[in-house]
Design a binder for this molecule. Structure first.
Ligand code: AMP
Ligand code: GLY
Length: 430
C-alpha cells in the first residue's frame, strides 16, 4: 500500500509513526510533514490546502490511500477531490465535514437524532441575540458558527461578557465570516472527555478516549490553547462508558448523516461533557485530536493501516480493534509566547537522549531543520508521550524524556494528568 498522510503536526507524526509499522505498507509520504515525519516517511512540500496539487501528486505516484490529519482540508473538500480522482481517502466529504465546520449544523443534527446536548438557539441578528442572553441570564455560552481555531467559544460568566462576545463576533466580525452566525447555548457543568470513533458511513467502532488539557497554565488556568497535554484512557470513562456514549451520541449522528445522503467516513471526535444527567455533546470534530492522537495511537495494538482500509471499504461492521492495556500521558512542549506570539527559530538541542528514554515517544509538530539543527517553527513544537501500567508510570516516563530535552525557549505544563494521578493515588490509599 502506498499511503499519503496530509498535515504537519504532532498528530500527523503519530499517524505516520503508526502507519510506518504496518506490514501492509510499501511507501509512505507526508505533505508537508515535519522533521519528525521525515524520518519515517518522505516529506512532500505541498500545503494542506493545496488540494489540486495533492490530487496531482497522489495520481502521479499511484497513492492507494490518503489520510488527512487536520480539519481544514476536509472542510475544503479533499475527500471529494480524491474520490473524483478515484483515490481512497480516509476522511469525510465536505458535506459531512460540516459537523465541524458549522456549530449550528451540528446542533440541528443532534436535535434531529435525539443526541443529548446543551439547549441552544442560533442568531444572525445582534439585538435578538442580546435580548435572548438577557432573558436567559448567565452563565451562558456564545459560539461563532464557523471554524475559528479554538477562538470561537466564550463561556460567559456574566450577561455583560456574553453581550461583549455577541458584539465582537457578530458586529465587529473579529473572526470574519465564521462569526456571521452565532449559536448561544446553556452552560453545562462536568468533566470533559474526548471520545473517538472510526466511521465507514454506516458503522462506527470505538477508537478510544482521551482527556485534553486545553488551558495554557498549570491547574487549568490561563488562555485556551489547541491542547497542552492529554491522557488516555480518561479515569471513570472506561470501555463500558465509551460503548454507551458511542451508542447514544455517535451512532445516531452517523445514522442521521446517512439519512441526509451525506454519510460520514473517517475519524469522528465527540467532545463530551460528563454532566450529572449523563454525557452531553459539546462538539463534533471530523478528525483525530491533537494532542489526543499522540496518546491514543501508542495504545493501539491493531494495524492502523488495515483499519483505515476497512473504513474506506465500508467493512467496519465486521472489524475489531485491539488496544494495549496501558495508560498514556502526552506533554506538549510549546514555544514561549504560545498561543499569542510564539518565539520562532529558537534552536533545540538534540532529541536523542529523550528518544532513548524507555516507554517514551517524541513527536514533532512545529519544528524545522536549519543548517542541520532543529529549531522551533510553530506554537506547539513537540509532544512527548509516556506509557506505563498506570498514570504514575506514564507520567514518570513522559517527564523523564521532557527533562532530557535541552530547549530553554520551551514551555510545558508540569501537571499533565493531575486529576488522573490524584484519582490513582486515592485508589492506592484505599
Ligand atoms: P467547543 O469548541 O464547542 O468544544 O468549545 C470549546 C470549549 O468551550 C469546550 O471544550 C468547553 O470547555 C467549553 N464549552 C463549550 N460549550 C460549552 C457548554 N455548553 N457549557 C460549558 N462549557 C462549554
Ligand atoms: N485537542 C483538541 C483538538 O484537537 O481539537
Amino acid at each position: 500500500m502506498r499511503v499519503l498522510v496530509v498535515g504537519a503536526g504532532g498528530r500527523e507524526h503519530a499517524l505516520v509513526w503508526a502507519l510506518a509499522a504496518s506490514p501492509l505498507l510499501t511507501k509512505l509520504w507526508c505533505a508537508p510533514g515535519n522533521p519528525g515525519t521525515g524520518r519515517l516517511a518522505e516529506n512532500v512540500p505541498i500545503g494542506v490546502l493545496d488540494i489540486a496539487a495533492l490530487v496531482a501528486f497522489a495520481r502521479a505516484n499511484r497513492v492507494d490511500l490518503v489520510v488527512p490529519g487536520p480539519e481544514a482540508p476536509l472542510v475544503a473538500g479533499i475527500a471529494d477531490a480524491m474520490a473524483a480522482a478515484g483515490i481512497a481517502c480516509c476522511g469525510p466529504t465536505a458535506a459531512a465535514a460540516r459537523l465541524e465546520g458549522s456549530k449550528a449544523f451540528t446542533k440541528e443534527v443532534c436535535d434531529a437524532a435525539g443526541i443529548p446536548t446543551a439547549r441552544w438557539e442560533a442568531f444572525e441578528d445582534a439585538e435578538a441575540a442580546r435580548s435572548f442572553v438577557r432573558r436567559r441570564g448567565a452563565p451562558i455560552v456564545v459560539k461563532a458558527d464557523g471554524l475559528a481555531a479554538g477562538k470561537g467559544v466564550v463561556v460567559a460568566q456574566t450577561v455583560a461578557e456574553a453581550e461583549a462576545a455577541i458584539t465582537d463576533f457578530l458586529e465587529a466580525r473579529r473572526l470574519g465570516e465564521a462569526g456571521a452566525r452565532l449559536v448561544i447555548e446553556e452552560a453545562l457543568e462536568g468533566e470533559e472527555v474526548s471520545l473517538f470513533a472510526l466511521c465507514d458511513g454506516a458503522h462506527a467502532i470505538g477508537f478510544g478516549a482521551a482527556a485534553d488539557h486545553k488551558r495554557l497554565g498549570e491547574g487549568d488556568t490561563g488562555p485556551n490553547t489547541g491542547g497542552m497535554g492529554a491522557i488516555s484512557p480518561p479515569p471513570g470513562f472506561g470501555a463500558a462508558e465509551q460503548a454507551a456514549a458511542l451508542a447514544g451520541l455517535v451512532r445516531p449522528a452517523l445514522a442521521e448523516l446517512a439519512r441526509r445522503g451525506t454519510p460520514f467516513r473517517g475519524f469522528l471526535f465527540a467532545g463530551l461533557m460528563l454532566t450529572a444527567d449523563g454525557p452531553k455533546l459539546l462538539e463534533f470534530n471530523v478528525r483525530l485530536g491533537d494532542p489526543e492522537a499522540q496518546c491514543l495511537l501508542p495504545r493501539l495494538q491493531s494495524d492502523l493501516l488495515a483499519a483505515l482500509l476497512a473504513t474506506c471499504d465500508g467493512e467496519l461492521g465486521a472489524f475489531d480493534l485491539r488496544w494495549r492495556d496501558v495508560a498514556t500521558l502526552a506533554v506538549v512542549m510549546a514555544a514561549k509566547g504560545y498561543p499569542a506570539a510564539p518565539v520562532l527559530h529558537a534552536p533545540l538541542g538534540s532529541l536523542a537522549a529523550a528518544e532513548a528514554v524507555p516507554d517514551a515517544l517524541v513527536f514533532h509538530a512545529g519544528t524545522a531543520a536549519r543548517d542541520g539543527r532543529l529549531v522551533s517553527a510553530g506554537g506547539r513544537v513537540l509532544t512527548v508521550c509516556g506509557s506505563g501500567p498506570d498514570f504514575a508510570a506514564a507520567h514518570a516516563a513522559a517527564y523523564r524524556a521532557v527533562a532530557a530535552i535541552d530547549w530553554p525557549e520551551g514551555y510545558f505544563r508540569r501537571d499533565i494528568g493531575w486529576r488522573a494521578l490524584a484519582a490513582e493515588g486515592a485508589r492506592a490509599r484505599r
